[in-house]
Design a protein around this ligand. Structure first.
Ligand code: N7H
Length: 449
């Protein structure tokens, strides 16, 4: 069972608040920091238990996680059993397909020892908590960088910057809550360290102090929204009887695998269906097979969902054996950052202020989770294998070396083996870090010994 009193809430529940900040810090005075960690910080870390009932959760949610450099600064010499965490995300720049020059210096510099995630209904409440932490910890830490994130306003709440509803498909952890139709069931240890299903369990340090923790892959992913929208208009396939905007929306749905409302194109290939998008009993209940359609062949038929669609590249459902898909699970807890697109940006098709997704993925082994999805699936044109055509890159997040152009097949159902070339990235990685989000007990235990 998941020790929900000891697991930080963002890992298995998700903060899901209108406002959230990521406060990246470096440890300046480990001894002083440690005394506060156990006495002042541990009591205000929000557990999964505290977030289960949304009506009773604290006004301000707080989680904290450490990089390998942060553990070193604390004097925690244990090897956590995760090589990617140990090396840090900047060592992965090439493999992930990032362009090093696009990385924010704060991440590239390797000075980030930890991150504090704080979420609430208002920025004011968050600021009060930051003031409390800064006055309590004093000079024992220094702020490296802060990223302010927020749900988008009004009807766009819950939608990411391109306009698509996010946070729909998550794996179901055996024994935790109830399973929705279409969820992949995974043993809790795929996400939470030390539990059944943690494939690295034998590499964890003795004493079990990591049990209940999870590795957090953080990425600041900038989104070029006006440029993306222009690309959709410029490359919209010809469809009789549809307006240009409808055809652009159609291309967008093929790129993501869902319409903006969240409705999956595997169930509604021709038009958005907001009622379907909003219904959690049906909006995830598909697997790309269609036994109801005579002669439908999953190895060649892209009339419903392209092999390259973002949600298919990152979770190929029936394209692969169920156990394989489950072993590559992440829990996503990202939130948009940056201002809404201005009229000026729309009119000029040019991004003038940075915006995007503060991407957060939890897994018990980074090489099985975020890193695998990015490197072995999204960035690999031959994935999914066994089709009549190479799917090409994930058109959203797939990256070619040095930001080079990417070919994607299947976007035009009238020519499913034809390629679409994406000359640039519409999502640019500004870097990030790998963190370990420890069980709350470790803030009074191993971390402060
Ligand atoms: Fe993705 N997007 O807005 O288009 N993603 N994603 N993602 N993503 C998903 O099901 C998006 C990113 C996954 O089980 C949806 O919640 C954007 C990275 C996985 O069906 C939408 C960015 C990685 C799923 C987006 C981004 C993933 C998923 C559909 C970056 C991993 C679940 C809504 C700015 C390396 C797939 C939903 C499933 C879904 C978008 C990044 C992975 C709309 C904008 C980096 C596993």
């Amino acid at each position: 069972d998941i020790p929900i009193n000891d697991v930080q809430g963002d890992i298995v529940v998700g903060m899901l608040k209108p406002q959230q900040i990521f406060y990246f810090f470096t440890i300046q005075d480990a001894a002083t920091f440690k005394t506060h960690l156990s006495s002042d910080i541990a009591p205000i870390i929000t557990s999964a238990q505290q977030m289960l009932d949304r009506t009773k959760e604290p006004l301000v949610l707080l989680n904290m996680a450490f990089s390998q450099k942060g553990l070193q600064a604390l004097g925690v010499a244990d090897a956590l059993g995760d090589q990617d965490f140990f090396n840090g995300q900047f060592s992965d720049v090439q493999g992930l397909g990032d362009v090093p020059g696009e990385w924010k210096q704060e991440f590239a510099g390797g000075n980030v020892h930890g991150v504090i995630l704080i979420a609430s209904d208002t920025k004011d409440l968050i600021e009060q908590q930051v003031t409390f932490i800064e006055s309590t910890l004093g000079a024992s830490i220094a702020k490296v960088y802060e990223l302010d994130a927020a749900m988008r306003p009004n009807e766009n709440a819950g939608h990411e910057m391109f306009g698509f509803k996010d946070g729909i498909a998550q794996p179901f952890l055996t024994g935790f809550g109830s399973k929705l139709p279409g969820q992949t069931e995974v043993a809790p240890g795929a996400i939470v360290v030390g539990l059944d299903g943690d494939t690295s369990i034998n590499q964890r340090p003795s004493g079990g102090w990591m049990t209940g923790g999870s590795f957090l892959a953080f990425r600041q992913l900038e989104q070029h929204v006006p440029e993306f929208n222009k690309f959709l208009l410029d490359n919209a396939p010809a469809i009789e009887g549809k307006t240009l905007q409808e055809r652009a929306d159609f291309l967008g749905s093929r790129i993501v695998g869902r319409w903006k409302s969240g409705a999956p194109i595997d169930l509604s290939p021709d038009h958005d269906d907001p009622a379907l998008g909003a219904n959690n009993q049906t909006n995830n209940n598909f697997d790309f097979t269609h036994p109801e359609i005579a002669g439908f062949d999953i190895a060649s038929d892209q009339s419903r969902c392209p092999f390259s669609a973002h949600i298919r590249k990152t979770r190929p459902r029936a394209d692969l054996a169920p156990g394989v898909v489950a072993s590559r699970s992440i829990l996503r807890s990202g939130i948009p950052y940056g201002p809404e697109v201005t009229d000026d940006e729309s009119a000029s098709n040019t991004t003038k202020s940075e915006r995007g997704l503060a991407f957060v993925a939890y897994q018990s082994t980074i090489a099985n989770g975020f890193k695998f999805l990015q490197e072995a699936w999204a960035n690999k044109p031959s994935f999914v294998p066994g089709k009549n055509v190479n799917p090409g890159f994930d058109p959203l997040i797939g990256q070619a070396p040095n930001g080079g152009p990417r070919n994607v097949t299947g976007l035009d159902p009238a020519n499913p083996t034809g390629q679409t070339t994406f000359p640039t990235q519409f999502i640019v990685s500004r870097g990030g870090e790998y963190f370990f989000s420890p069980p709350i007990s470790a803030f009074k235990g191993r971390l402060v010994q």
